[in-house]
Write a protein that binds this ligand. Structure first.
Ligand code: PLP
Length: 429
């Protein structure tokens, strides 16, 4: 099937990137469990290695199953190309890698997945990179944080642990004016609820571990390029605009145009960082994507019902879900994610830290795990787990205060989930 803008999302999530196997006619995308690919002859091999011809060499760089997934995600996000990798965290490093060099910084939202805060505030320093954290609702603070060494702006569309919606259009107009790429982590929204490129994002990153795969089976990541950024407008992005010594002085932007970032991600990023997605993982994610829209709609509908119920309960202090009228992001979510506010929110209990621990222990259908975006409902006390490495100030800024529990609503019967929450709330009193 030819992919075209005429097809709807539900059609593309099943068909984009896949064709019947040319050898066997297999209708489902085969798992190409092969490390290497035979060259037609020595000239073919040479032209592949010179990037003069696109083809398969070695599965650290490209694999036919992974390629189908890349094309499918790029299509769903409205990008020109995508590179899959081993995890969401790998995707973040892979996205920053062509942009940054020692001394450079990324401006990041304070409202991020806890692991990303740790990666950005601690680990990237080992590369000589740094992050400046800013409240992305304070547009002046964002403008003021940008300096001559800034190379990217980074945020999440629906920010983990839930309830916060980023005004992507306002943020992208600032990054655009500053001549900087905007990277949006779209893990918790998925392209069904939000397509950040339509709001001006340059790059979209994913932890495909979560909703994109949807069943809690494999870790994976993806970097999608909008193809819209001019990497040669100034001297800030030499990896993309200047000659690459390891490819005989090839300039990625000049040679590959809109696909420069994608080609660099494979030919340099995967080649040298080696954060490769394996074909089994790509298979599971392809299976998951076939039902993405159905699942995300159910996640969102369930979450709205359950958040509304929770908000009425006596022992509950607050529920942060952008789909609720009480949320300061209620109007913004209608603009950024018109189909629903996703499956993720937090609930603050009046009983504090101890009450949260009892609540989490008493739940039966909900599993207490460090994951989100599964078909089954999940819960976690973030202050004692995912956000444990952060200071209390950072925890509060990230929406993970000590009396807060993060809930990832699954696609079970909402009545059963409410009954489970009800008994756990009384056990937590
Ligand atoms: C889980 C997650 C990540 C990290 O992804 P991994 O696949 O666990 O490496 C990054 N961002 C968000 C929003 C996440 O939920």
């Amino acid at each position: 099937m030819e992919d075209g803008p005429t097809y709807g999302f539900d059609t593309l999530q099943i068909h984009a990137g896949s064709r019947p196997d040319p050898v066997t006619g297999a209708r489902q995308t085969p798992i190409y469990q092969s490390t290497a690919y035979v060259f037609r002859d020595a000239e073919h091999a040479a032209s592949l290695f010179n990037l003069q011809e696109v083809g398969y060499i070695y599965s650290r760089l490209t694999n036919p199953t992974v390629s189908v997934l890349q094309e499918r995600i790029a299509t769903l996000e409205g990008g020109v190309g995508a590179v899959c990798c081993s995890s969401g965290h790998a995707a973040q490093i892979m996205a920053l890698f062509p942009l940054m060099s020692p001394g450079c910084n990324v401006i990041a939202s304070t409202r991020l997945y806890g692991g990303t805060v740790t990666q950005f505030s601690q680990t990237i320093k080992r590369f000589g990179w740094s992050a400046k954290f800013v409240d992305f609702d304070d547009l002046d603070a964002l403008k003021n944080a940008i300096d001559e060494n800034t190379r990217a702006v980074f945020c999440e569309a629906i920010a983990n642990p839930g309830g916060y919606i980023t005004d992507l259009q306002a943020i992208s107009s600032i990054s655009d004016k500053a001549g900087l790429p905007l990277i949006v982590d779209n893990t918790t929204a998925t392209p069904y609820l939000c397509r950040p490129i339509e709001y001006g994002a340059t790059i979209v990153v994913h932890s495909t571990t979560k909703y994109m795969t949807g069943n809690g089976t494999v870790t994976g990541g993806c970097i999608v390029d909008s193809g819209k950024f001019d990497w040669s407008a100034n001297q800030k992005f030499p990896s993309l605009s200047e000659p690459e010594p390891a490819y005989h002085g090839l300039r990625f932007h000049e040679t590959f145009g809109a696909l420069a970032f994608t080609f660099h991600g494979i030919a340099v990023g995967l080649r040298d960082l080696g954060m490769t997605m394996n074909p089994q993982a790509a298979h599971y994610t392809l299976m998951g994507l076939e039902t993405l829209s159905l699942r995300m709609q159910r996640h969102s509908d369930n979450a709205l019902k359950i958040a509304s119920w929770l908000e009425e309960q006596e022992t509950v202090e607050a529920v942060t879900y952008a789909g609720l009228k009480s949320s300061p992001y209620f109007d913004r979510v209608k603009k950024v994610c018109p189909k629903g506010a996703g499956g993720l929110f937090t609930v603050a209990l009046k009983g504090g830290y101890d009450s949260c621990v009892k609540f989490v222990n008493a739940l039966e259908i909900f599993s207490h795990v460090a994951n989100l975006g599964d078909s089954r409902s999940l819960v976690i006390h973030t202050a004692s787990t995912t956000h444990r490495q952060l200071t209390v100030e950072q925890q509060i800024a990230a929406g993970s205060a000590p009396n807060v529990v993060r809930i990832s609503i699954g696609i079970e019967d909402p009545e059963d989930l409410i009954a489970d929450l009800k008994q756990a709330l009384s056990a937590a009193k």
